[in-house]
Structure formats: structure tokens, C-alpha cells
Design a protein around this ligand. Sequence first.
Ligand code: GDP
Ligand code: IMO
Ligand code: MG
Length: 429
Amino acid sequence: MSKADVVIGCFYGDEGKGKVIDYLAADADIAVRATGGDNAGHTIKVDGVKYAMHLIPSGILSGHTTGIIGNGVVLNPEVLLKEIDNLTEHGYDVEHYLKISDKTHVILPYHSMLDVALEKVRTSKIGTTGKGIGPSYCDKFERSGLRMEDFYSASFRDKLKELVESRKALLKFYDPDNRDIDKVLDFGTIYETYSSYGQRLRPFVCDTITLLHKALEQNKKVIVEGAQATLLDIDFGSYPYVTSSNPTIGGILTGTGLSASDIGNVYGIIKAYSSRVGEGPYVTELLDATGDRIRELGHEYGTTTGRPRRCGWLDLVTLKYAKRVNGLTALSVNHLDTIGKFDQIRVCVAYDCGGHVTEDFSTNLEFLNRAKPVYKEFPGNFGDISRCTSFEELPDNAKAYIGFIEEYMGIPVKFIGTGADREEMLVRE
Ligand code: GDP
Ligand code: IMO
Ligand code: MG
């Protein structure tokens, strides 16, 4: 029986998970998404074409890997259908290779409206993507959510009506000045639109839990594509500046139906620097010209919302916490090419909280707001490393930087990103 390898973001998202999944998918039978929705944006460059994947697992881009949208995902059918059409236009046989769990929850129009309205009334903004993720998970945990299987049930119309009418009232409470609510949430229109989405998606919907377990029993290669990241986790992240799911290892299990003993390698994905979109604490953030330079060199603009990402140095204190919480077995360090353009590189190795120096991370907001990074400096100037085909070919400065990350984290760096293209990745055995 085979084990499933997992890809998890270690910081605040956008570490390059899509690119690593794309690499692992080259010989994978199945790639499954476990959590989140179209708040995710995973970029993969294939033969010069850039794909921004929001819902469909990036692994499908191998051309022979089945992509599964797991039960833990919240799915916007309109976004998914656009993604299906786009990939089909590019020659992918999505009809054959995509599966959706019958238990996946459906995002409805009022979810994004509530997301935006709630953000507007919050004194301390979260900076959500506005995709309706939080309100959709609220419906799920309140046990009212609409699941894919409900599209095909006799009670679909009644369930949808109850949801739309009750949430319309809620929306009017939070957004009393919005005169469009009745028009946008007209039940007849929503029923018609969503009935047709349900019919179009019907061939994809199945019991993905059995499918996954049978694949493992048949010794097939399964990979799990994490979305978001450890510090955006609803329990282990910088609450309330987080997303509404568990992108950490526990969510990988509950979002797919895999068990703890089904898991093989747990790959933690990091960049050679750091970034964050949205509000919330960020100890190594650089609000100066260096931060701007990282943003420009790394093209750090959101895949989903286009927002400029906040940028800073690598924070190993946070990453050690991510290793502990997820049980990481190895790392992928992306954007080594980007950081190598600096003369001097800094890495945060401890936090100084008013004289108390610690390597132990905490998500307590007061702690994070007080913490000052303690840096260790490394020489940069790696030159053009995009043509390197092995770790040995890297310049000594780059090797020393990776070596220090391994030493601090206590796990090997297995993958190294040397550019955005599919081929620009060094793999160490
Ligand atoms: P994800 O959400 O974790 O999949 O990451 P995103 O796709 O949102 O953001 C990562 C960005 O970095 C994308 O634009 C990738 O094309 C790019 N990228 C990934 N790895 C590398 C790398 O090693 N070097 C460079 N220059 N770009 C990379
Ligand atoms: P990938 O998978 C970066 C952030 C948002 C916001 C917070 C809550 O591409 O790494 P939400 O819409 O989820 O309620 O927003 O989480 N966020 C992400 N940031 N990458 C992501 O996904 C993100 N998904 C959500 O910016 O701060
Ligand atoms: Mg992203």
C-alpha cells in the first residue's frame, strides 16, 4: 500500500506550492486539494504559458494525473466552470481527469456578499479575498451548508430557498444601505443558475474518499496539494488574521478522508524570503526600499486579487513552528534566484521581545507585535543560477544559505526553486 505525500505552505501563503505539486505530479496518479476555495492562487508556468489555478488541483497539468477536489474545499461553481473551460481550451482532458467529492460545500452568491459586508463593518480589517470563504465555512459548521450531493437530491430546491432567504435577511442587517440585495439574491434566478451548474458538474461528482483509499491500496501515487498556509490556519495561525479552514496537516486529513497512517512525506514549502497578503502581524516585514526590491524582483503581486504582497526576510522562528505543527519531513526553498540578487541576505533566527530573546514562536498578537527580529547575515550575489542542474553546481554562497536553513530547521531541503519555470527546480536525493 502506498502513502500520500503532502505539500504544505509554511508561512502566509504563496510560497510556490503549485510549482512543487506540478513537479511531484510528473509521476503521480492523483493530486487532491483538501481545504480552502478560490481564495487560493497557484501559479505554474508550462512551456511559457502561465496557469493560475484556484480550485482545480495543479497536478492535473501533468496531463495524466487525476485532480480531486476534496470534501474540505468550499467550491464556487462559476469559478470552477471557468477553470474547466480554460484548461479544456488549452487541450487538457478535464472531463476525464477531474473528480469532485460529493461532500464538498458549495459557495453561493450571498457568501461573497456577506464576506465583503462583514469586512466593511469590522473595525480591525482582515483583508480577506472577498471570495466568500469565511461565510461558506460558517454555513458548513452551522450545519446548513449546501454540499455537491444536494444538487441531486429531491430537497435541493427547499434547502436552497431556506438558505437564500435567511441569509438575505442577515445581509440586510449587516449591509442595510445595499439596495441591490433583493435583485442579486432573487431566488428564482439563483435556483435556475445553480440547477444548471449542478447538472454541468454532475459527471465529476463521486465518493472521492473510497477512490483515494482504493488508489493507495493499489499502490498508486497520491499527492495532496495544500492551499493557504500554516500561519493562515484558523487554529494555528495569527488569529483573527487568518483564513477559515485548517491548511495544516490536520486539515489535510479531514479535508480528504485520508488517515494519519496514510501520510508519507510532508513537504513544507517556503520562499528564500517571505511575503504576506492581507492584514495581520509580520515580524520580518520590510517597509523600506529593500522590501520594495524583493516585491519587484520576485513579482510579488497576488495571483487571486492582484494586491501587492508585503515582503520581508526569511523568518526561521516561524518556520520551525510550522515544522512542529505539521511534522514536516523536508523543505522546498523557492525563489533562491530572487534572493541571490541581493549583496547581503538576512535571516531571522530569534525574536527579541523587550530583552527576552527566544526561538519559540507564539501566535499571541501582543507577542508578535512586540517581537523584533534578530538577524544573521549571509553573503548573496549568487549570479544566474537558473541554468544549474544540481545542488553541487550552485555557488558556495547559495550552498551556505541552504545549509544554514537545514541546520536550523533540522530537516533536509529537498527542492530548490531557481526560477518560475517548471524546469527551474533542483531536486536532491
Ligand atoms: P502558491 O500559492 O504557494 O502556489 O504560490 P503562488 O503561485 O501564489 O506564488 C508563487 C510565485 O512565485 C508564482 O508567481 C510562481 O511562478 C513564482 N515562483 C515559484 N517558485 C519560484 C522560483 O523558484 N523562482 C522564481 N523566480 N519564481 C518562482
Ligand atoms: P495560496 O493557496 C495568500 C489570506 C487573505 C487574507 C486571509 C483571509 O495561494 O497560498 P480569506 O479570503 O481566506 O478569508 O482571507 O487569508 N489568504 C491568502 N494569502 N495566499 C493564499 O492562498 C491565501 N488565501 C487566503 O489575503 O489575509
Ligand atoms: Mg498563491
